[in-house]
Design a protein around this ligand. Sequence first.
Ligand SMILES: C[S@@+](CC[C@H](N)C(=O)[O-])C[C@H]1O[C@@H](n2cnc3c(N)ncnc32)[C@H](O)[C@@H]1O
Length: 381
Amino acid sequence: VTQAALDQLAGFAASFTGFSREAIPEPALRKAAEQLELQCGSEDEVLLRAQRHDREVIHALCQAVSVGETFFFRQPEHFRFIASTMVPQWTAERRSEITAWSAGCATGEETYSLAACLLDLLPADVTISVLGTDLVERNLTAAREGNYGAWSRRASGPMLHPVFADTTAGRSQVLPRLQKLVRFAPHNLLEPPPGMFDLVFCRNVLVYFAPSAAAIVMKHLMRSLGPGGALFFGSMDVTQKHPEQLEAVRPAELQIFRRPVKKEVPKIAPQPVYRPLPQQRTGLDPIPLHTEALLFIERGNKHRAQEILESLPFDYLPGLLERAMQYVRAGEKTAAATLMRAVLRRTDQLQAEEPVTGPETLPAKFYRDSALTYLRGAQGK
Ligand SMILES: C[S@@+](CC[C@H](N)C(=O)[O-])C[C@H]1O[C@@H](n2cnc3c(N)ncnc32)[C@H](O)[C@@H]1O
């Protein structure tokens, strides 16, 4: 593989993952590139497929640059904070359901640690669900198995809550009652969040990111946090000032941020049009909201339009393209390309002629072609 091809592939890997170029390990990338060259037949074919966002090529590049280092109860002070602050608050509020998201979960140690902590500390009648997401499919497969060696249970993470059922030949199997609470799914942090949560862990991920990509992720994480919710970062993750909508927990070294509980006052309509994600999940019709956003765009109120568009469910394809177009118009190329890639991925699951319902019913290929045209243009093709 030539150096020029390797440089181009590093560029693709950076744009798919959000990593800064310096964080991309060249030996791992070279190994993946050589493997891909064998699979695809030539270097040019690898580059062409990368340009077309071929799933296998993207995945191989992401897997090559991903650092999956993790262990149980890493940064135990975060789990102690949940015990000392979050649990008493939820108990006082008589919460019947608690949701958590381990974003960038690698092989699942963090996800199971969260589930074990919540299961141990919350009353039995509280419903707990913990979602673990990662970019790399191989990590998710290991996470679902829930079978870990001694290295995952190293002493720097004390076993604060029960996790394992039994240990055979040095390997331990996660308790079935914990496995029932967790779910693992692929997700790229550059895409909109998969819901709204009381706890969001995104630790030791952003440390590898370019500042512009980290800013996008920060926006998404903020939106994924329910009122009173808490967002946890690793000690090296947050280099910029944290978003003003969030309050930093003291001491600042904890790198925990909370969304204040106070209700947000709607700026225009007395009845808020912007609805938080839990209501969207109960089947809210996105089309009237989308139409309303279009009206705001026409009237030049971009801010309000953006607010409404961001409240649409992320599996609503016309909304996704609309948001991407807003970024195109604002000249925010990284954000635009990220959402265009999300559009492309959604259309992967649809037939070209399949009608997609929006303010106007259009075939799936309209969305696919729009995204491809933008992405090709963005790459100067
Ligand atoms: C160092 S591990 C951290 C695991 C765990 N959060 C912890 O702190 O122990 C970083 C993980 O982030 C994942 N990752 C990197 N970029 C990502 C992205 N853009 N979207 C989702 N996950 C990503 C990697 O695949 C890797 O598994």
